[in-house]
Write a protein that binds this ligand. Structure first.
Ligand code: ATP
Length: 357
């Protein structure tokens, strides 16, 4: 797959602080890319630099093979969808969508028939047929999101940047719009770069996931790689599905506050040593049970469980006060009841542990 966008060593600073610190990335054409990162990691800044609303201090940006560093935003052919939709409240759905087409600086469309045909195609693409004449103040949050997207797509951009596009929607609608957005993107065949603070959203939506941490790209890969093989403790921590222990390598084991923990395979190089085990790789057994030779086992006191619909998350307190989380998917086993204040053995396979050292 060819690259639609390439950034090389892009630096953007606000005063002494670097919001982007040497970003190298290459985004494939015709794909859904999720951009995930903690608050303040530089996600919005990266979108703004790509769109041309901010000028980087250094580095190059190539879009569809062209250097666009000096090109103003309206000439870039890159669409932008904001979290707050930014619709014109006094205009109808149709007029909001037509506005960008009629008023754009480059190649405005002045023929009413062409405008009508393009707007109607897009309205059908995003599923708003029948609502053309409705005021945008009289439609739902999800419909407003679709108008915002349609208004961008009607200008036929080569790429669309979406900054937390689902952030203003309630949880139910948010989940529905995730698959809608993916479908709309597939139909129009352009690359979407979607900023989100939610790891679930990023992993479920992106063909490619970019993880930004402290102004740098911490990892870029498909969802499966990011989820199963986070490249650093920072990425694992941010994914919110790994228990992490600090410590250091001691021969072929990892010395942690929970004692010496075994693992298979080679540790990944890291300045921040840690032992990581995923929440859903852990078995809960009666305390005192002997672990198998290929397992690692610690003990913890059961605190509480949280039912999430498809899974139950159980929380244990370890001897040093650390909280340890176990996730049981309900498709794998029926939910079990654990006794508060009782000790349990927590076991996992050595091969499932990830070690950074
Ligand atoms: N206009 C500005 N002036 C000064 N500093 C800024 C400006 N915009 C962003 N920053 C700083 O740059 C860093 C990156 O900000 P950015 O908004 O890109 O982060 P983000 O990952 O999008 O965060 P969030 O998820 O909270 O929206 C932050 O430390 C922020 O305080």
């Amino acid at each position: 797959m060819s690259a639609v966008l390439q950034l090389s060593n892009v630096v953007k600073a606000y005063g002494d602080q670097r919001a982007l610190d040497g970003i190298d990335l290459s985004l494939p054409d015709d794909s859904y890319v999720s951009l995930l990162g903690p608050s303040g990691s530089g996600k919005t800044t990266l979108l703004r630099v790509i769109a041309g609303f901010e000028q980087p201090e250094s580095g190059s940006i190539h879009f569809v093979g062209k250097d666009i560093a000096a090109m103003p935003p309206h000439e870039r052919n890159i669409g932008f969808v904001f979290q707050n939709f930014a619709l014109f409240p006094h205009l109808s759905v149709y007029d909001n969508i037509a506005f960008g087409l009629i008023n754009r600086v480059v190649n405005p469309v002045t023929d009413d028939k062409i405008v009508a045909s393009k707007v109607r195609d897009i309205i059908s693409l995003v599923g708003l047929t029948g609502l053309e004449d409705r005021a945008v103040t009289q439609i739902s949050g999800g419909q407003k999101q679709r108008v915002a997207l349609a208004r961008t797509l009607v200008t036929e951009p080569k790429m669309v940047l979406l900054d937390e596009p689902l952030g203003a929607l309630d949880a139910n609608l948010r989940a529905r719009m995730r698959s809608e957005l993916r479908m709309i993107r597939e139909r129009c065949g352009v690359t979407f770069l979607h900023v989100t603070g939610s790891e679930t959203e990023a992993l479920s939506m992106g063909d490619t996931v970019l993880v930004l941490d402290k102004a740098r790209i911490a990892q870029q890969g498909d969802s499966d790689t990011i989820y199963n093989r986070p490249c650093s403790p920072a990425v694992a921590r941010f994914l919110n599905c790994y228990n992490l222990f600090p410590g250091k390598l001691e021969n072929d084991r990892f010395a942690s506050p929970q004692g010496l923990l075994g693992f298979d395979g080679q540790p990944r190089k890291s300045a921040d040593p840690a032992y990581a085990i995923r929440y859903d790789r852990i078995a809960i057994r009666p305390a005192g049970q002997i672990a198998a030779a290929d397992e690692v086992q610690i003990e913890g006191t059961f605190v509480a469980s949280e039912y999430t619909g498809s899974a139950v998350n159980a929380f244990f307190s370890l001897d040093d006060g650390r909280v340890f989380e176990v996730e049981a998917h309900l498709s794998h086993r029926a939910p079990e009841n654990y006794e508060p204040h009782k000790r349990y053995a927590l076991a996992w396979k050595r091969e499932d542990a990830l070690v950074f050292a």
